[in-house]
Design a protein around this ligand. Structure first.
Ligand code: ADP
Ligand code: MG
Length: 240
């Protein structure tokens, strides 16, 4: 669903949230190159939850890596709140990523020795936020994703797969991102738990007004998204 403000902004050529314009990405493949993304265009506005479904190897993680400004495309543009990431040098791009993007990677990269609360607080140190404020905000965020009191003091191995995924989502939101990128959030979960994680992503998208892109190979979870797109052989299309 497109919000009115997005429509107005689009008319003036400035798009808040995430925009990809004709993005092509290839990887070296022996003597030639393998095209992982083939002229992919996509716009996701604030508060919009877009799901991208496609089989393994279709380019979903590549799409997120480019949107996350972690990989530079061969051609095309990546705009974050209207800022062209390709026009920035490495330092400015890293700063843009920190300021604007929340990323939940497919491989949970929680630190084994830290509690759920501390997973968020290590980011506060990096950002120079006051400890007491950061602590209160981290606790509130964890609460909002369904991890209350005692669970916040647990380390990753003391949490279930679904709970770890909730920590990952809270951590991605901690930097107040405009754009939230989520790679296969349910791949390690059973259907019921996976469905609840996708539901949560819909909720946080509305609460935090993030432009959210979730990629998944699991077609069963798509009905909760505002919009579904299909990825096949590096090309993005509307479902028919
Ligand atoms: P998905 O996430 O949908 O499984 P990927 O984006 O991981 O798809 O991969 C898309 C294609 O690009 C696949 O053919 C994959 O083998 C290839 N690929 C992905 N990453 C690399 C890489 N770092 N180097 C070379 N080929 C890659
Ligand atoms: Mg992938």
């Amino acid at each position: 669903m497109t919000t009115p403000s997005t429509t107005v902004a689009a008319e003036h050529g400035v798009h808040t949230g995430l925009a990809l314009r004709a993005v092509t990405l290839s990887y070296p493949d022996g003597e030639s190159r393998l095209t992982a993304l083939d002229r992919v265009s996509l716009e996701v506005g604030p508060g919009e939850f877009t799901a991208v479904a496609g089989p393994s190897g279709s380019g979903k993680s590549s799409l997120l890596a480019v949107a996350a400004t972690l990989l530079r495309p061969d051609s095309g543009q990546v705009l974050i709140d209207g800022q062209d990431a390709g026009a920035l040098g490495d330092r400015a791009r890293t700063a843009l990523r920190r300021a604007k993007l929340g990323i939940v990677f497919q491989q949970s990269n929680l630190l084994a020795s830290l509690t759920a609360l501390e997973q968020l607080l290590v980011l506060a140190d990096v950002r120079g936020e006051r400890v007491r404020e950061a602590r209160a905000r981290a606790a509130e965020l964890l609460d909002s994703v369904g991890l209350s009191g005692g669970k916040q003091q647990r380390r990753p191995h003391q949490l279930s797969g679904g709970e770890r995924q909730r920590v990952n989502i809270a951590r991605a939101l901690f930097g107040r991102p405009s754009v939230l990128l989520v790679d296969e959030p349910t791949s390690a979960l059973d259907h019921e738990r996976g469905a609840r994680i996708v539901e949560l992503l819909g909720e946080v998208t509305r609460t935090h007004r993030t432009a959210t892109v979730m990629v998944t190979h699991d077609r069963a979870l798509l009905d909760r998204a505002d919009r579904v797109l299909l990825m096949r052989d590096g090309r993005l299309s509307e479902p028919t």
